[in-house]
Design a protein around this ligand. Structure first.
Ligand code: GLN
Length: 293
């Protein structure tokens, strides 16, 4: 990001300098990060940087870029710097009040869509919705269904609301709730959740992007099972007969999750793998006749 005398800094020069700085701070995606951030400052696609390498940055752009690169050097995730993350082909606003949606979680969306019937009017609940990613993906795929996203964090609910508004989705609402607390009279054909499930002593919590994400959205008790247990334990009373509960979990938590669903009396319990082949989602169905439970 060196000034070329009076002519100013070219995109090429700014990029080269930024890549060098990011490489020093051991970012494993230095070039990609530098390009994403420069494109974001210019409000252009990344291809623009390679098409117009001799384009000169304005002073404001150069300063803005410099500030972003410094924050990235400090480890701030790209998604928090640009305030954007793509999930299920939807461009979502994210901020440090919300978890950054992961591609792994698209597995949960896919399974959820398969569990919905053809008939309209089905009610879906996404517990701990964060930026609204899962709820918004489902609402966009099934405009004939009603989606409710809940979260304990009012700050993340604001982000989710903003995303729904921006995407123009009308079949989605959000509610402040500690898991099922505010849902007394609600019943759903489908309940989904990507709750916190990392063990509280897991060293990953202080590494990389994860270190900058809200801890309450990531870790849940000594084994990471506390919230999976709380949701699995209560969901039956909020499901309609034959309704499904689907929960994302850590790759080593499938067995414990399935056991707890079995103890609670769900049927058709099973686990699904994510794109990386890891056990990522488990779920079960409420009996079609509640007398069987
Ligand atoms: N899958 C995320 C991770 O490993 C955690 C998300 C969660 O806890 N729900 O970083």
């Amino acid at each position: 990001m060196q000034a070329h005398a009076s002519q100013g800094t070219t995109l090429h020069a700014a990029l080269t300098a930024a890549v060098k700085l990011l490489q020093q701070s051991a970012t494993d995606s230095a070039r990609l990060d530098a390009e994403i951030l420069l494109a974001w400052v210019l409000n252009k696609q990344r291809v623009y940087l390679h098409t117009w390498p001799e384009h000169i940055l304005t002073t404001e752009q150069e300063l803005a870029y410099r500030r972003l690169i410094i924050k990235r050097q400090q480890g701030v995730p790209i998604a928090y710097l640009t305030g954007q993350r793509e999930f299920w082909s939807l461009s979502l606003t994210v901020n440090p009040d919300t978890l950054i949606p992961r591609p792994d979680t698209e597995t949960l969306v896919e399974i959820a869509l398969n569990k919905l019937h053809d008939k309209p009017g089905q009610r879906i609940c996404d517990l701990g919705t964060g930026s609204g990613a899962i709820a918004l993906a489902l609402a966009s795929e099934r405009p004939d269904c009603e989606v409710l996203g809940t979260d304990i964090s009012t700050a993340s609910l604001q982000v989710a609301e903003q995303n729904a508004l921006h995407l123009g989705l009308r079949n989605i609402r959000f509610l402040h709730s500690d898991w099922f607390e505010a849902l007394a009279t609600h019943r759903f054909e489908l309940i989904v959740s990507n709750p916190p499930y990392i063990a509280e002593q897991d060293p990953h919590l202080s590494e990389g992007d994860v270190a900058h994400e809200p801890r309450h959205a990531l870790s849940a008790g000594p084994q990471g099972m506390d919230d999976l247990q709380a949701i699995g334990g209560q969901a039956l009373s909020f499901l309609t007969p034959s309704g499904w509960l689907l929960m994302e979990h850590g790759y080593q938590q499938a067995e414990t999750t399935c056991n707890l669903l079995m103890e609670k009396g769900y049927c058709n319990i099973r686990t699904w793998q994510d794109a990386a082949g890891l056990q990522r989602v488990s779920g079960g169905q409420r009996h079609s006749d509640p007398a069987d439970e």
